[in-house]
Design a protein around this ligand. Structure first.
Ligand code: FO1
Length: 330
């Protein structure tokens, strides 16, 4: 399989002023928006600088296979395999197996591609043989030529569920099968109360110089990570500077249902709402030029606010936003 594009290699990267050593950065990541910022960072900092903690709240069992959409989106993007138009799955994908599954009456609302299937078959076999999701994710990342440390938020099952008028839905049922056209009354992270942070997650946050919360859905991408006991506490306790990029621009989500989900969870749908969701541990928030007027209210909450272009257009946009974040952290 050909890559979808060349991997830009790091021309320069920030070093700590005093020691001259590279910074240690942890990124909390959901799917497509996060992957784009991570690709921007990849162009600026050496891969070993960056530890990525991925959301697994939207993992699902499809045809008996363990699918980890956000971990895969991050790895496919950093490895250069992503379908750029969809923002998920592999480029040059075909869906012949999906077509055949119709014959057997299997659900076909979740579009698993023929090539993508290889990842899920491999992950499922390794998990069934007793390896942890942390171990399996590291192997898959390596095999996809991703040299960053990619960690799931937890090795235990945490599943984001959405309650609509007719009851609870798994996240993918809500997002893909129902196309988010269900009124959201409540969001829950099933299993989070008994989950543990994956090995290395709390340690990485504790020893980082900086944490970047990617422009991902605060409720269904970052929310599940924070729901794992110990992770939010690690963010509060770390000496690292914690920076987030608002995924809400001009009162709307850049993509997806983040706005409706934030409203359902009682947050204002704005960069200020993002700031209040992250307030206990956030130091810096990058907000879009359109949201400049919110700066005083966000700063009043003790959060340094940087106004910039946050919508990433093309590779240049990804690198520009990543550079802005690194400058803010320097
Ligand atoms: N998103 C869709 O909108 N429709 C799909 O059929 C779909 C399939 C799919 C298969 C593998 C995968 O890794 C991701 C897939 N996604 C699909 C994206 C996924 O639902 C979302 O990106 C995340 O769960 C939200 O971050």
């Amino acid at each position: 399989l050909e890559r979808s594009g060349p991997r830009p290699r790091p021309p320069r990267f920030p070093r700590l002023a005093l020691t001259g050593r590279p910074m240690r950065i942890v990124a909390l990541a959901g799917g497509t928006g996060a992957a784009k910022l991570l690709r921007g960072l990849d162009a600026l900092v050496p891969p070993r600088t960056l530890t990525i903690v991925g959301n697994t709240g939207d993992d699902a069992l499809i045809w008996g296979l363990h699918v980890s959409p956000d971990l895969d989106t991050v790895c496919y993007t950093l490895g250069g395999w992503i379908d750029e138009d969809r923002g998920w799955g592999l480029h040059g994908e075909s869906f012949r197996t999906l077509g055949e599954m119709v014959r057997f009456g299997e659900p076909t609302w979740f579009n698993l591609g023929d090539r993508d299937l290889a990842t899920h078959l491999h992950r499922t076999r390794l998990l069934r043989e007793g390896q942890t999701l942390t171990e399996v994710t590291a192997k898959i990342a390596q095999d996809l030529d991703v040299s960053h440390a990619v960690l799931p938020m937890s090795d235990q099952s945490v599943r984001t569920c959405v309650r609509g008028p007719d009851g609870w839905l798994g996240f993918q049922e809500y997002f893909v099968r129902e196309k988010t056209q269900v009124e959201v009354l409540e969001v829950n992270y099933a299993g989070a109360n008994v989950a543990l942070p994956a090995p290395g997650v709390v340690e990485a946050i504790a020893s980082a110089h900086a944490v970047i919360v990617c422009p991902s859905n605060p409720i269904t991408s970052i929310g599940p990570i924070l729901a794992v006991p110990g992770i939010a506490r690690a963010l509060e306790a770390t000496d690292a500077v914690v920076l987030a990029v608002s995924p809400i621009v001009g009162g709307q989500a850049v993509s997806g249902p983040a706005g409706r989900l934030m409203a359902a969870c009682g947050f204002e749908v704005s960069a200020l709402g993002v700031a209040s969701a992250y307030a206990p541990w956030l130091d810096i928030l990058l907000v879009d030029n359109q949201d400049r007027a919110l700066t005083p209210s966000i700063e009043a909450a003790g959060i340094r606010t940087i106004v910039t272009e946050t919508v990433m257009r093309g590779r240049e946009g990804e690198i520009a936003l990543a550079r802005r974040a690194l400058e803010a952290l320097a």
